[in-house]
Design a protein around this ligand. Sequence first.
Ligand SMILES: Nc1ncnc2c1ncn2[C@@H]1O[C@H](COP(=O)(O)OP(=O)(O)OP(=O)(O)O)[C@@H](O)[C@H]1O
Length: 587
Amino acid sequence: MIQKLRTLYEKSVIYRVFVKKYKRYFLFGTLSLIAVDIINIFPPLIIKKTIDILPNETDLTRIATLAGLFLLVSLCQGVCRYLWRMFFIGTSFRCDYDLRLAFFEHIETLSQKFFQKYKTGDLMSRATNDIGAVRMAVGPGLLIGLDAVFYFFVIPPIIISLSPRLSFYTFLLMPLTPFIAYTIKNIIDRRFRAVQENFSRISEKVQENISGIRVVKSFNMSRQEESRFLGLGTDFVKKNLKLAIPQSLLGPTFEYITYMGIIILLFIGGKMVIGGIITLGTLVAFQRYIAMMVWPMTAIGWCLSLLQRGKASMKRIDEVLAERPEIVAANIDRRQGISDGNIEFRDVHFRYDSQKEWVLRGIHLTIAAGQRVAIVGPIGSGKSTLVNMIPRIIPADNRSIFIDGVDINAIDIKLLRRHIGFVPQDTFLFSERITDNILFGTETAGDDDASRQFARFAGIENEIEELPHKFESYLGERGINLSGGQKQRLTIARALAVNPSVIILDDCLSAVDARVEDTIIKNILRHFSGKTLIVVTHRLPAIRGFDLLVVMKDGMIVERGTHKQLIAAHGLYTSLYTKEALEERLD
Ligand SMILES: Nc1ncnc2c1ncn2[C@@H]1O[C@H](COP(=O)(O)OP(=O)(O)OP(=O)(O)O)[C@@H](O)[C@H]1O
């Protein structure tokens, strides 16, 4: 039993988020709280004493002494109350910080599969709303709860010592409290989870509509999107109203039970004063103590609601924290980096979770260090999947891909990625200065000269120089918006800036014209000679001079060789090349 309680405690939100790390603050907070609650006992006793001596008192000195005592007690109460709030509420903000940091750091380690499972809006809502609910539970929830519990321990014994008989009648209705609390708490839990899930959907909708605003507008879908949002909003209101019912019922129900106690007290207590069984001072003190019990009764309801919300939110945060990065290698050698950039694919197979079909089927390919390789083929043939496996954005089976003879799963992922300059198909830039975007992966943030050099290699230096604030210009929401081609070239500059051993360009020049593409590839070949270069492209003329062209179809390599060799073979490459050359002539 004790072991079970201990496990429950160790699993509780309060222990995990607050007590485990901030034991000392918890201890000091609890001590100040006990002090406040003990001090609280005295004012009614001072009043009782004053009322009881009043009828026979002629000298005001004793009354003045009692008034002075009352003042002193209130002062001590104020100081302890301040300390107790600082220890609990102040620390709850530290817990909020810790949890948010842990959540963010954890998300950063997760692989692509996780981000396909959870939508951005949902994650945003967990990182903000849910963490906020946990803070409310470990701050105000814990504070109110402990306060209420101490009141329950401290006040009833005093009341009983004043008059056991009167206490029995006034506490008659109390056993109802835990039963009502438990029932309402369960209803709150269920409804709060539904509200949070709905909030996630709203966040998703807002996020998608903001990032996809151009698509929404160009398809004239603003009205439809508005009505979908309205639907979600209405649902959110309904769910919140449903949640508000048990939450609003909690406080009044407990207050009502306490007030019933006061009615009984006035009736039976009044009779006892008339009968001379208790003094008038005792009845007044009794009433003060019962009135003091209204707070913990109400507070218990509020506290349960906050704790319940915190528990439900922690469950949603735990769901994310329980996600593991897909690639967990058994023997990671932390010193093992990439020296030359030889890459070998050994019988690589892959299929996405949602698919039955294999996307890659038995890929064997060796790319020598410093080689310039292009991967071409029809759409959906598996080119992007293959190159995404090199920096482990898509997981590879153990011992299927090797860099410089080492299984990529055995290389520390940070080290692996530091040596690979990867430019994905989808461009993403931060709402920061251009220079910060270019130097994102380096340690020389803010150095315009360094970023200018890489912008030049990526063929975008002149366009940046024409901007009013040049390399200092802010991008995105807070600054300028770039064209698709400009964004693509900035992402190339960013990849080159890390001085990688392997450069991978995944069809990232689709929005620039053939002449600019040619220039960029030539720049890379000139300034990064000796580095391994892998380019996925549909523009075949740009990669004619490459050392090796790999042609993929249906997840397999169907042809490989130089441009000359492949043209001579009259296979798939020849037909793709002829089609591309014809299209370029027509353009
Ligand atoms: N995240 C994903 N989940 C499920 N299937 C996917 C995913 N990404 C790609 N696929 C599927 O895998 C196959 C190969 O896709 P991949 O993007 O590797 O091809 P590709 O040759 O690079 O195509 P493209 O030239 O259009 O970029 C396609 O059938 C695609 O639908």
